[in-house]
Design a binder for this molecule. Structure first.
Ligand code: GDP
Ligand code: MG
Length: 441
């Protein structure tokens, strides 16, 4: 998906990473590379110019956050501005709801209706689908066949010519039984008045909670025109961009839709029923920039630490003491926000508890004071710290005992997270990562 755009963005970023000095010329070159990449993905010129301006200005005016080098500062700005270009994603809830699907013929409405039904079904909701396309021959059979495969009931009548009648009769019946009801509608080749009129009427009688627009990514920046027209008619509150797998113009379509503020809810990237994913600008841009790449992490880590700083090997083997934790937190602080560093690790969807990220420099300073009141054996083996030791440590550090407990709790959360990472060992190249750290496992 978006292989070309991804490759050229990665190249641009790599070029910057290879520069010895990050000066105005380096930023200019980076911006030129980004422009080329985005324009060839059919992103609108005006949007590209806005993004270029923002990157240049921020790169030169903003001070890098404490502990962040100029290179990382610029990369972070590029990342943020690209995420910004993708807009706010459409809201998707798991409540009972009726969803009206709109879009031109061939955009992928019927296919996406079935994909969505699958999405909600997997979330444990009872889903029913209504075929209100009375225009395209075989529309009901097409939807029914897709739905049968996933055991989703499909209401419709291939001989009925009045789409409104189908909705009027089918909806009350389905609402009694199903939690999520998706209405597939007809599309025409172009935005004809008749099509718009019908969708307005269906919207009125169905009282749909969501009006979602299906748009073919191959439209590129032209997508904004469609999004606008449908929005004027029925108030689109989410867009599903389909066929991201088959076009180089996906970036253009996404940014054009984002500009209309309709909010992209899902993207479709293939013909099978599973080829649908929630749209998340952060994850999407990270992937395009290759930030999920271990290599990036390792290189970044190498810049920030020497092998002596952290004994990764021992940590991953399970020996993770309070001393290690402190060293680790200090190192991570030098690399940038912990969450960002962790997001670069290919953890295969492993969930890191939010508490782990919730560590500020004020907190770290407090932890340091508390640890200074601990004995060497307590630092090496925190499991020996019982309530009487907690009282003593708290007194010594001049803090309430709750703070000591909090520190120990934080330590345990991190230890668990590391255990989880160890469990992932086979999935990403731990071997290589450790070699990079200058130690053999
Ligand atoms: P509708 O006229 O809007 O209902 O569009 P359809 O659902 O009938 O889809 C039109 C064509 O696009 C079909 O051949 C689908 O298989 C194909 N299609 C839909 N979504 C995707 C997608 O995400 N990727 C690819 N490659 N093809 C898709
Ligand atoms: Mg259809």
């Amino acid at each position: 998906m978006l292989d070309n755009l991804g490759a050229s963005l990665k190249d641009a970023v790599k070029k910057l990473a290879g520069r010895t000095v990050i000066d105005r010329a380096a930023v200019d070159e980076l911006v030129r590379d980004l422009q080329r990449a985005l324009l060839s993905a059919d992103v609108n010129v005006k949007l590209v110019m806005q993004l270029s301006q923002a990157i240049k200005q921020r790169a030169l005016d903003e001070e890098p956050p404490k502990g962040m080098g100029a290179r990382e500062h610029v990369l972070r700005i590029v990342y943020q501005e690209l995420v910004h270009l993708m807009g706010t994603p459409g809201t998707v809830t798991l409540e009972p709801q009726t969803i009206l699907m709109a879009g031109l013929q061939g955009s992928g409405k019927t296919t996406t209706t079935a994909k969505l039904a699958r999405f909600y079904q997997r979330k444990g909701l009872r889903v029913g689908v209504i075929c209100a396309d009375t225009f395209r021959p075989g529309a009901y059979d097409q939807l029914k066949t897709l739905c049968d495969r996933i055991s989703i009931p499909c209401y419709g009548d291939p001989y009925e010519t009045d789409a409104l009648k189908i909705v009027r009769e089918g909806l009350p019946r389905f609402r009694k039984v199903y939690e999520v009801i998706i209405i597939d509608t007809q599309g025409r080749h172009a935005l004809e008045d008749h099509l718009i009129e019908e969708i307005i009427n269906i919207n009125e009688i169905s009282h749909a909670d969501h009006r979602w627009l299906v748009i073919d990514a191959a439209l590129g920046q032209q997508a904004s025109e469609q999004a606008r027209r449908f929005h004027e008619a029925i108030g689109i509150d989410g867009v599903l961009v389909t066929k991201m797998d088959g076009t180089a113009k996906g970036g253009g379509a996404l940014s054009a839709v984002a500009e209309t503020q309709s909010g992209i809810a899902f993207i479709g990237s293939g013909e099978t029923i599973e080829d649908l994913e929630r749209f998340n600008p952060d994850g999407f841009i990270s992937r395009l920039l290759g930030m999920g790449d271990l290599k990036a992490l390792v290189e970044r880590v190498e810049e920030a630490i020497s092998a002596e700083d952290v004994d990764v090997n021992a940590m991953l083997k399970g020996k993770f003491t309070l001393r290690d934790m402190y060293g680790q937190l200090e190192t991570v602080n030098r690399m940038g926000p912990l969450k960002q560093v962790m997001s670069m690790l290919p953890l295969g969807g492993m969930q890191i508890p939010d508490d782990v990220y919730d560590i500020t420099s004020t907190k770290m300073a407090r932890y340091k004071v508390i640890m200074d009141s601990m004995t060497p054996s307590e630092l090496d083996d925190p499991s020996i710290i019982g309530s009487s030791r907690i009282q003593r440590i708290a007194r010594g550090a001049g803090v309430p005992p709750e703070d000591v407990r909090e520190l120990i709790k934080y330590y345990k959360t991190m230890q668990r997270a590391l255990k989880g990472m160890r469990g992932m060992g086979g999935k990403f190249n731990m071997q290589r990562m450790m070699k990079k750290f200058g130690r053999t496992p």
